[in-house]
Structure formats: structure tokens, C-alpha cells
Design a protein around this ligand. Structure first.
Ligand SMILES: Cc1cc2nc3c(=O)[nH]c(=O)nc-3n(C[C@H](O)[C@H](O)[C@H](O)COP(=O)(O)O)c2cc1C
Length: 184
């Protein structure tokens, strides 16, 4: 059976790179689903991920309709409860804070609350260097690591905002390989 991978896309400029990761996971034979925060949809359209995965992309905790099967009525549970790996990429400072503290007010962090215990949890921070250097971001990151999450990046490099430093999301191929290693 194909491994089930759930990708959570949050609202950073690196969101466009997550499409390449999703493409590589699909090509490698993963049953890949995507959930996106509302902010993420301002950076890249859900249709991109729907076309790559040929599956519905979920952008809200609340269903589009008040009738249907349980996977339609409970988007905060399905596909999250069935995922073998869950990767948040890019992981914004905001998403890291929410994930580290058990928030459930968007579909990405709410999906994280529905994962099975042995689901691999991966996050790929990406943000401006001064954001990444904030003590509160560091503390939230350490908290996620203590909770069993696996951190990938960020890397040093030129950032979209024009500065150079730590904050760049790791390369899509490297991220895809780490996700694949966690499920195969
Ligand atoms: C152009 C632009 C680029 C942004 N890039 C980032 C980023 O790379 N990393 C980050 O943590 N926040 C970034 N932000 C701020 C987030 O979009 C903001 O904190 C948002 O609330 C995150 O929502 P989410 O975590 O629910 O997706 C950016 C905002 C704008 C307008």
C-alpha cells in the first residue's frame, strides 16, 4: 500500500517551493494530500497542489457542505488521522508557535492535533533572519523538538526580502528525500 503523506503549507514566501516537494512525493509513489492555511493561499493557489496530487486540497477546518461522508464532514480529521508522515513546509514563525502549543484554529495546526502517535512529524522553518533569531521563535522550535518533531533547515542564504542569513527553507529535493526516508 502507498504510504500516506500529509503536507501542511503555511503562509511564507517559500510556499511556492512546497509544490516541488509535493511533485517529488507523488512521483515517488506516496499518496500525498495537502492542507493549507488561509495565509498560504495568498502565496500559492490550492489548484497547483490539487493538480499535482489529483486530490482535493483542504484550506479550512469547516467543510464546504453540510452533508456527505465523514471525510467530507470532518476535514480536521481526514486525511490527518491516516497520515504516516506529516510535514509542514514552509513552517512560518506563526505556525511553529501554534504547533508547539497545541493550537487548533487553522487546518494545518488542527490536522497536527489529529495525527496518530507514530506519524512522523517534520517541520521546515523559513523566515527572515531577524524573525528566526527571536527568542520566542527559538523557544517554540525547541518545544517542537522536545515534542518529537524533526526539524529540517533553515539554511543560510539569500532571502526573498533581500537580506542574507539563516532563514531560507531547505532545498525541495532534500526535504522530499527526508520525508521519503521516513515512510519507505
Ligand atoms: C510577503 C510576505 C512574506 C512573508 N514571509 C514569511 C516567511 O517567510 N516566514 C514567516 O514566518 N512569515 C512570513 N510572513 C508573515 C506570515 O504570512 C504571517 O505571520 C501569517 O500570519 C502566517 O500565517 P500562517 O502561519 O497561518 O500560514 C510573510 C508575510 C508577507 C506579507
Amino acid at each position: 500500500m502507498k504510504p500516506k503523506v500529509l503536507i501542511g503549507v503555511t503562509g511564507g514566501i517559500a510556499a511556492y517551493k512546497s509544490a516541488e516537494v509535493v511533485s517529488q512525493l507523488v512521483k515517488a509513489g506516496c499518496d500525498t494530500r495537502v492542507v493549507m492555511t488561509e495565509s498560504a493561499t495568498k502565496f500559492v493557489g490550492p489548484l497547483t497542489f490539487a493538480a499535482l496530487t489529483r486530490q482535493k486540497v483542504i484550506t479550512s477546518i469547516f467543510p464546504d457542505t453540510a452533508s456527505g461522508t465523514e471525510d467530507v464532514i470532518y476535514p480536521h480529521l481526514y486525511p490527518a488521522t491516516e497520515a504516516d508522515a506529516f510535514a509542514v513546509l514552509p513552517a512560518t514563525a506563526d505556525a511553529i508557535a501554534k504547533l508547539a502549543n497545541g493550537f487548533g484554529d487553522d487546518i494545518v495546526c488542527c490536522s497536527a492535533l489529529s495525527l496518530k502517535n507514530n506519524c512522523k512529524r517534520i517541520f521546515c522553518p523559513a523566515m527572515n533572519t531577524q524573525m528566526w533569531d527571536q527568542p520566542v521563535v527559538k523557544e517554540n522550535t525547541r518545544r517542537l523538538l522536545r515534542l518529537g518533531w524533526h526539524q529540517v533547515g533553515p539554511e543560510m542564504g539569500r532571502l526573498a526580502c533581500g537580506t542574507t542569513g539563516y532563514g531560507r527553507m531547505s532545498a525541495p529535493t532534500a526535504i522530499a528525500q527526508i520525508i521519503l526516508n521516513s515512510v519507505f
